[in-house]
Ligand binder design. Structure first.
Ligand SMILES: NC(=O)c1ccc[n+]([C@@H]2O[C@H](COP(=O)([O-])OP(=O)(O)OC[C@H]3O[C@@H](n4cnc5c(N)ncnc54)[C@H](OP(=O)(O)O)[C@@H]3O)[C@@H](O)[C@H]2O)c1
Length: 333
């Protein structure tokens, strides 16, 4: 099977493909044949090592000083190809979607995952590409809006950067929670922002929309406290989805400012959070946005698009339709 790997920190061309044997699922493991996988802002950051100011050394201390010692690919959709012993109630042929998470490994044709890991049956309401695009952005938007900012019905939400993976999910979830939603986007994305549920849309390169807002979701950290603070209502919450080191330290050391709150951090990647997002989808509150769809062999191009930070929703790469016989054989244990 084809497996993508990072060879160095650097441009998309540092991605290489290697041939590897199809893995054998061990006890308690599920072998998934990957059908589609997103190429996210997170993937682009891990590969390039380009993170917000002040966080570069920390990233390298966690994932590797000289090259990213994580495998490409954070999420996937596919089907169960084989089961190890005691692999729970999964069935061969079942459509699934899930997360490999921070350690990666979804950009390959087959992956092994613990049967009790971040894996769920793919609902009939989602195709393989939507399944791939489902979690990245959606989990972040749900956690920041619901758990951290506690957005309430009737509140005014501003989503800055409203049509990418995080912002596109936030507009939908905010609307579903009963907030009025103002959005910023580049002019070419205004129609999409409205379609997702924004009540008003302005260009983020112009003057900021008129506040006050109860919650501001600053997707790229472009407003920061200096830009967003004056737009916040008393007791308003600013969520910095992207923050540099000083923004993170500021939020940790001074989270409350004149009754208003600054929130930052990373979102959880676990089954309860995945199930909650699925419930939101089933209640009509969230549908993933599938951006450009490319073949897996175009992974380098997908990374180049992702690191521009102007894509709609999630880019998805689709695996080749190779006959299983051409991939060698394996035996479940
Ligand atoms: N904290 C966490 O747990 C977490 C989780 C996921 C992602 N992130 C971070 O969140 C950021 C966004 O991720 P994503 O996947 O949503 O990215 P994305 O899909 O590339 O979307 C980026 C969005 O930001 C907008 N944008 C670009 N430049 C902007 C600017 N100068 N001012 C305002 N908006 C701007 C884009 O709008 P146009 O396309 O209209 O230009 C687009 O809507 C990344 O920095 C990522 O690393 C953090």
């Amino acid at each position: 099977m084809q497996v993508a790997c990072y060879t160095a920190y650097g441009p998309p061309e540092t991605i290489a493909f290697i041939e590897a044997p199809v893995p054998v699922p061990g006890p308690g493991e599920v072998l998934v044949r990957v059908r589609a996988a997103p190429v996210t802002a997170g993937d682009a950051r891990l590969r390039s090592g380009k993170v917000p100011r002040g966080l570069g050394l920390l990233l390298r201390m966690v994932i590797g000083l000289r090259r990213p010692r994580v495998a490409p690919g954070w999420a996937f959709s596919g089907e169960v190809a084989a089961l190890g012993r005691e692999a729970g109630d999964w069935a061969v042929g079942q459509q699934v979607f899930g997360l490999t998470g921070f350690k990666g490994g979804a950009h390959r044709e087959f992956l092994k995952i613990p049967s009790g890991g971040c894996l769920l049956p793919l609902p009939e309401s989602l195709g393989a590409e939507e399944g791939a695009a489902f979690f990245f952005g959606g989990l972040t938007a749900a956690e920041f809006l619901i758990d951290r900012a506690q957005l309430a019905p009737g509140e005014r939400l501003l989503v800055c950067g409203a049509t990418g993976a995080v912002g596109g999910a936030a507009v939908q979830i905010g609307r579903h929670l009963g907030a009025s939603v103002a959005a910023t986007a580049s002019p070419g994305n205004h129609a999409l922002a409205r379609k997702l549920g924004a009540d008003s849309v302005t260009d983020y390169r112009g003057p900021p929309p008129e506040g006050p807002f109860d919650v501001i979701l600053d997707v790229m950290g472009a407003l920061g406290w200096a830009g967003a603070g004056p737009l916040l209502a008393p007791e308003g919450r600013l969520v910095l989805v992207t923050a540099d080191l000083s923004g993170m330290l500021g939020a940790a050391l001074r989270p409350r400012r004149d009754g208003r709150q600054v929130i930052t951090g990373t979102s959880r990647e676990d089954l309860p959070a995945m199930r909650r997002l699925l419930s939101l989808h089933q209640a009509g509150g969230y549908r993933p946005i599938v951006g450009p769809v490319l073949p897996f062999t175009d992974l380098v191009r997908a990374h180049a698009l992702a690191e521009g930070f102007h894509k709609p929703g999630n880019i998805v790469v689709v695996m080749p339709e190779r006959p299983i016989s051409s991939l060698g054989t394996w035996q479940g244990s």
